[in-house]
Write a protein that binds this ligand. Structure first.
Ligand code: SF4
Ligand code: SF4
Ligand code: SF4
Ligand code: FES
Length: 959
C-alpha cells in the first residue's frame, strides 16, 4: 500500500476512530502493519491504525472521548520497545514500526475477552443490542471460541435493572465497567452524574442516588450513545428492535440546530442519534432532540382539515380542497368588504426557511400587502435591529466552535444549560479548561455555581430591566480606565461615532457608583468584570431573551456591540457578539423576510431596486409600505379593521403577551386560519384548521444561531398528506396565483437567486457539505463561520449612544415585586411538542420561584398556591422557595397554557421593534386557595373547544 498522508484522509462519520482527532502543525510518520502513515503529533496509534484501514480491537475507547486504557484489548507491539502498550493511550512517535496483529496479541486479547464474557449474560440472541453490540463484535474479532473459566464463578448477572428514566434503561448485569458512560457524562455533557463506585470485582457504575431519575442526570443520552453494550439502552430500541436505515436531519427544537440521524424501521422512527459530523453539535444532544420526538405521532395530532363558521360551532372535517377553497373565499370576501389590509399572515420560527419564504411571498404577492410578521418579533427582533445598525448584519458573528478559543465568556440574559444545552456543554468544556466567566442575570442560573467544575468569576445579579445601565457602567470603566483598544477602533470603526459614545459613557452619571441604585450591584463588582472583559484576552459575549425582551431591548443589543467594538473583540475566532436564538429557526425566519418592513435578506420594502427585483421574479406589483406587526394586527382587530389572519405554526394565544388582549383580538376576527400539528391555543379561536406536517415529514432547511443552514429531510410521509409549503402553495393557487414548485429545493433555488447572502446555497450543496453558514456566495462558496473579519458588513463599525431609560413598568405598593420569565431544559417554548412527550415527568407544571424573605413576609410556604396579579391580569401557580432569585424578584416559566404566564405580562414593548417586555412585570403575590378567574374561564373554554373537535372526529369516524 502507498504511503498515507494525513491531509488526503477523508473521515467517515459512521466509523469510530477510537480516540479523538488531534490537531498539530507537527506531523509524525510511522509504519503500521507495513503501511507508512503521517499524522499530526499527539494522534494515538489506535487512531492512526484506523486511518490505514486497520481495526484494532477495543472496548473502553471511542473517538468522542479521551482514551482511558482500561480494557487492555487494544494492545500492540512496537519494534524495539518492551511489553504490549495500549494503542489507545500511546501516541504515535517518529519512525516507529507497529504491529497490531500477531499470535501473541491474539492470545492476550482472547484472554481479556474470556474474562469479560465469563461475567456476562449469554443471551445475545434475545438481547436488544443483538447486532449493535461492541462486546459481541469484539468476541468475534478476537476469535473467542471458549471461556475456560466457566460461567459459574462470582458474577453480576443478578444485578437489578434501573428503568426509572422514561427513555433509557440501565441493566448493570451487562456492564463491563469500561467507564465510557462516566467519561461521556463528564467530558461530553459536563454533568458528572455518574461515577465508578467500589474497586476491582466490586466496581460498578453509579448514578449517585438510588436511580437515574433521582440523580443529577439531565438525560442528554451521551452515556447511552457511548455504551458499547446493552447496559444503557434506549427503550424504543428495546421495544422495536435495531433500526434498519437512517436519514440525516436537523432537530426541530432549539436554536443550536443539532444534526441527527433519524434511525428507522420502515416508516417508523426508532431512535434519533446525534450525528458526529453535525457542525453545531459534533455528535452530542440534549433530552429534547435525542428523546422527545414522539409528539410527531401523538394521538392529539389532527390530520384532517376542518372548518367552521363560528368558534362556538362544532368543527366539520372536510377534504383538503374544501378547506382551501373555504379559506380562500373568506380571504377574498374580507378583502372585498374591508380592503386588502384587513388580512395578514404570521409565520413561525418553527417553520423551515422554505415555509417562511412561501408564506411571506403569499402575503406580499397575493394578499397584496406587507402584513406579515413572525414570532421572532416577540423574541429576537431587537437583535436584528441592533446588530444591523452597529455592525451591518442582523446575525451573530461566530460559529459555536469559536467559544473554544475564548478566554473570557460574558453571558448576559441567557441560560445556556437550559435553553441551549448542547452549546452549553461545549462552553462548559472551555470553562473547565480555564476560560473566565462573567454572568449578568437577576437570577442565579446553573452556570453561576451549580455546574460541576464551573463557577462564574463574577455574577452581576442586576435588577430586571437594567441591562443598558450595566452595559453603560462597564463601558464607563473601560473608557475611563484607558482600556479601549484604540488602534482597533481607529482601523475598524467610525471614529466620530466612537468619540461621541466615549464622551457619553465617560459621564459621571454612567459610572457603576452612580448607577448602583438602579442596578443593585456593588460598583466594584461591575468594575472588576469590566476590567476582566477588556483585558482578559479573547472575550466573547453570549446573550439571549434576557437582553432583547425589554423596553430597551434594541438599545441593549447596540450596547453589547459597542462593548465588543471598543475592546477589539470582533472579527476573529474566540470573540464576537452571539445571540442565542430560542427556537430552531429564529435566524432563518428573520432571514426569509418574515418581518413587515423587509424582503428576504433584510432589504427594506421601500427600496425600489429590491422591490423591482421581487416584482419581476414574482410577476406581481408589491407594496412599498411596511405592513402591520403582530401587535398592530391585534390592536386593529380589536378596533374592527383587521379581520383575518393566516397563522402558520405559531401559537400567538399562548406565546404573545397580555393573553386577554390577544384572545379578544382573535375573537374579533371573522376568519382565523391556523396551520399546525395540534389544536393549539390559537386554533381554539380558529375558523379553518389546516393540519401541518411534523419536521420528520418534510424537506427544507433550518438556520441556527450561528447562521448555519442545515437540511431537514423527510424521513416518513406526512400524516396529513402534504408538506407545509405545499399547503401554502395550494392556498395561493386558490387565490389565483400559482407558485409552481415541485419540491422544497425549488424554493431554496428561488431564495438563492433573489438573496445575495444565499447565492451559493442549494440542497445539492447542503448534501455535499452537511451544512453551510451564510453568507454563502462567490466570495465564500462554502460559507462564512466568522463574520466581519477584515471589515464590518456596513464598512466601519458604528457606535451608538445607549442612554439608560428605566422601564415605565414600575414597582409600587400595589405591585411591589418584579416578575421575570425563562425556560427550562425539558420543555420547549409553549410546550405544544414537549408536553406531549415523557419530558413532562421533569416539569409537570409551571411554578413560581420566590425568595425566602418575600415568601416569609407573605406567609407563603413551598408548594402553596400563589396568586400573581399584575396591571394586565391574574393567575395562580404553585410556589418554590429559593435563593436563586433575589429578594424583590419572582420568576416563572411559560410552558403550560393553563399557567397563564402571559395573562400577567403587559403590552409594554421595545421602542424600536415592539418586542414585548416579557422580562419585567410588576406584580404582587399572595397565598390563595383557588384558581384565578382567567384560569377558570380558560378551563371552561378549552374544554368546550376540545369537545367541539372530538365531536368532529367522532362524526367523521361514523361517516
Ligand atoms: S454502562 Fe456501558 S459504558 Fe458504562 S461502564 Fe457499563 S458497559 Fe461501559
Ligand atoms: S444521560 Fe447525560 S447527563 Fe444523564 S448520566 Fe448519561 S451522560 Fe450523564
Ligand atoms: S433542543 Fe437544541 S440542544 Fe437539544 S438536541 Fe435539539 S437543537 Fe440540540
Ligand atoms: S481500548 Fe485501549 S485499553 Fe481499552
Amino acid at each position: 500500500m502507498d504511503d498515507i498522508k494525513y491531509d488526503t484522509v477523508k473521515y467517515n462519520a459512521s466509523k469510530d476512530y477510537g480516540t479523538p482527532k488531534k490537531f498539530s502543525e507537527k506531523q509524525v510518520s510511522l509504519n503500521i502493519d507495513g503501511v507508512d502513515i503521517t499524522v499530526p503529533e499527539g494522534t494515538s496509534i489506535m487512531h492512526a491504525a484506523q486511518l490505514t484501514g486497520v481495526t484494532v480491537p477495543k472496548l473502553c475507547a471511542t473517538d468522542s472521548l479521551e482514551p482511558f486504557g482500561s480494557c487492555r484489548l487494544c494492545l500492540v507491539e512496537i519494534e524495539g520497545r518492551r511489553g504490549y502498550p495500549a494503542s489507545c493511550t500511546t501516541p504515535v512517535a517518529e519512525g516507529i514500526t507497529v504491529k497490531t496483529q500477531t499470535n501473541k496479541l491474539a492470545d492476550v486479547r482472547r484472554g481479556v475477552m474470556e474474562l469479560y464474557i465469563s461475567d456476562h449474560p449469554l443471551d445475545c440472541l434475545t438481547c436488544a443490542a443483538n447486532g449493535d453490540c461492541e462486546l459481541q463484535d469484539m468476541a468475534g474479532a478476537v476469535g473467542l471460541r471458549e471461556v475456560r473459566y466457566g460461567y459459574e464463578g462470582e458474577n453480576h448477572l443478578q444485578a437489578e435493572k434501573d428503568e426509572s428514566n422514561p427513555y433509557f434503561t440501565f441493566d448493570p448485569s451487562k456492564c463491563i465497567v469500561c467507564s465510557r458512560c462516566v467519561r461521556a457524562c463528564e467530558e461530553t455533557q459536563g454533568t458528572y452524574a455518574l461515577t465508578i463506585e467500589g474497586r476491582s470485582f466490586d466496581s460498578k457504575v453509579s448514578a449517585g442516588n438510588e436511580d437515574f431519575m433521582d440523580s443529577e442526570c439531565v438525560s442528554c443520552g451521551a452515556c447511552v450513545q457511548a455504551c458499547p453494550t446493552a447496559t444503557l439502552m434506549e427503550k424504543t430500541v428495546i421495544d422495536a428492535g435495531i433500526p434498519e436505515h437512517s436519514v440525516t436531519t436537523t432537530c426541530a427544537y432549539c436554536g443550536v440546530g443539532c444534526s441527527f440521524d433519524a434511525e428507522m424501521k420502515g416508516d417508523e422512527v426508532i431512535r434519533m442519534t446525534p450525528n458526529k459530523d453535525g457542525g453545531a453539535n459534533h455528535g452530542h444532544s440534549c433530552v429534547k432532540g435525542r428523546f422527545a420526538w414522539g409528539y410527531a405521532t401523538h394521538q392529539d395530532r389532527i390530520t384532517t382539515p376542518m372548518i367552521r363558521k363560528s368558534i362556538h360551532d362544532e368543527w366539520q372535517k372536510v377534504s383538503w380542497d374544501e378547506a382551501i377553497d373555504y379559506a380562500a373565499s373568506e380571504i377574498k370576501r374580507i378583502q372585498a368588504e374591508y380592503g386588502k389590509d384587513a388580512v395578514g399572515g404570521i409565520t413561525s420560527s418553527r417553520c423551515t426557511n422554505e415555509e417562511v419564504y412561501v408564506t411571506q411571498k403569499l402575503v406580499r404577492a397575493v394578499f397584496g400587502s406587507n402584513n406579515v410578521d413572525t414570532c421572532a418579533r416577540v423574541c429576537h427582533s431587537p437583535t436584528g435591529y441592533g446588530l444591523k445598525q452597529t455592525l451591518g448584519e442582523s446575525a451573530g458573528t461566530q460559529d459555536f466552535d469559536s467559544v473554544m478559543q475564548s478566554d473570557v465568556i460574558f453571558i448576559i440574559g441567557a441560560n445556556p444549560t437550559d435553553g441551549h444545552p448542547v452549546f452549553a456543554s461545549m462552553m462548559k468544556r472551555r470553562l473547565r479548561e480555564g476560560a473566565k466567566l462573567i454572568i449578568a442575570d437577576p437570577r442565579a442560573i446553573d452556570l453561576v455555581e451549580n455546574s460541576p467544575h464551573v463557577r462564574a468569576d463574577h455574577h452581576l445579579n442586576l435588577r430586571p430591566g437594567t441591562n443598558v445601565a450595566l452595559l453603560s457602567a462597564m463601558s464607563h470603566v473601560i473608557v475611563t480606565e484607558g482600556l479601549v483598544k484604540e488602534d482597533y477602533v481607529k482601523a475598524r470603526c467610525e471614529w466620530d461615532s466612537y468619540e461621541t459614545w466615549r464622551d457619553f459613557v465617560a459621564l459621571p452619571e454612567n459610572s457603576p457608583e452612580s448607577l448602583v441604585e438602579d442596578l443593585g450591584v456593588e460598583p466594584e463588582k461591575v468594575r472588576e468584570a469590566a476590567r476582566l472583559f477588556a483585558t482578559g484576552g479573547n472575550a466573547a459575549i453570549y446573550y439571549g431573551l434576557g437582553v432583547t425582551e425589554h423596553s430597551q431591548g434594541s438599545t441593549a443589543v447596540m450596547g453589547i456591540a459597542n462593548l465588543a467594538m471598543a475592546t477589539g473583540n470582533l472579527g476573529r475566532e474566540g470573540v464576537g457578539v452571539n445571540p442565542l436564538r430560542g427556537q430552531n429557526n429564529v435566524q432563518g425566519s428573520c432571514d426569509m423576510g418574515s418581518m413587515p418592513h423587509e424582503f428576504p435578506g433584510y432589504r427594506h420594502v421601500a427600496d425600489d431596486e429590491t422591490r423591482d427585483l421581487f416584482e419581476k421574479a414574482w410577476g406581481r406589483p408589491l407594496s412599498s409600505d411596511p405592513g402591520l406587526r403582530i401587535p398592530n394586527m391585534l390592536d386593529l382587530a380589536v378596533e374592527g379593521s383587521f379581520k383575518a389572519v393566516y397563522c402558520v405554526g405559531e401559537d400567538i394565544a399562548q406565546s404573545d403577551p397580555d393573553t386577554q388582549h390577544v384572545t379578544h383580538a382573535l375573537e374579533s376576527m371573522e376568519c382565523v386560519i391556523v396551520q399546525d400539528l395540534f389544536l393549539n391555543e390559537t386554533a381554539m379561536y380558529a375558523h379553518v384548521f389546516l393540519p401541518g406536517a411534523s419536521f420528520l415529514e418534510k424537506n427544507g432547511t433550518f438556520t441556527n444561531a450561528e447562521r448555519r443552514i442545515s437540511p431537514v429531510r423527510r424521513v416518513m410521509s406526512p400524516k396529513n398528506g402534504y408538506e407545509d409549503w405545499e399547503i401554502t402553495a395550494k392556498l395561493s393557487k386558490a387565490l389565483g396565483y400559482e407558485m409552481n414548485y415541485q419540491h422544497a429545493s425549488d424554493i431554496m433555488d428561488e431564495i438563492a437567486v433573489l438573496t445575495p447572502t444565499f447565492k451559493g446555497v442549494s440542497f445539492k450543496k447542503l448534501d455535499e457539505l452537511g451544512s453551510i453558514q451564510w453568507p454563502c456566495n462567490d466570495e465564500a462558496p462554502e460559507g462564512t463561520p466568522t463574520m466581519h473579519i477584515d471589515e464590518f458588513v456596513r464598512g466601519k463599525g458604528k457606535f451608538f449612544i445607549t442612554k439608560y431609560v428605566s422601564t415605565t413598568e414600575k414597582v409600587n405598593n400595589k405591585y411591589p415585586l418584579i416578575l421575570t420569565t425563562g425556560r427550562i431544559l425539558s420543555q420547549y417554548n409553549v410546550g405544544a411538542q414537549t408536553r406531549r412527550t415523557a419530558n413532562t415527568e421533569w416539569h409537570k407544571e409551571d411554578l413560581i420561584e420566590i425568595h425566602p424573605h418575600d415568601a416569609e413576609e407573605r406567609a407563603i410556604q413551598e408548594g402553596d398556591w400563589v396568586g400573581i396579579s399584575s396591571r394586565a391580569g391574574e393567575t395562580v401557580l404553585r410556589a418554590i422557595i429559593t435563593e436563586r432569585v433575589q429578594p424583590g424578584v419572582v420568576y416563572t416559566t411559560f410552558h403550560h397554557p393553563e399557567s397563564g404566564a402571559n395573562v400577567i405580562t403587559t403590552d409594554n414593548s421595545d421602542w424600536a421593534t415592539n418586542c414585548p417586555e416579557y422580562k419585567v412585570t410588576a406584580v404582587q403575590v399572595s397565598r390563595v386557595t383557588q384558581l384565578s378567574d382567567w384560569q377558570k374561564k380558560y378551563q371552561t373554554f378549552s374544554k368546550e373547544q376540545v369537545e367541539l373537535t372530538e365531536n368532529a372526529i367522532t362524526k367523521a369516524v361514523v361517516e
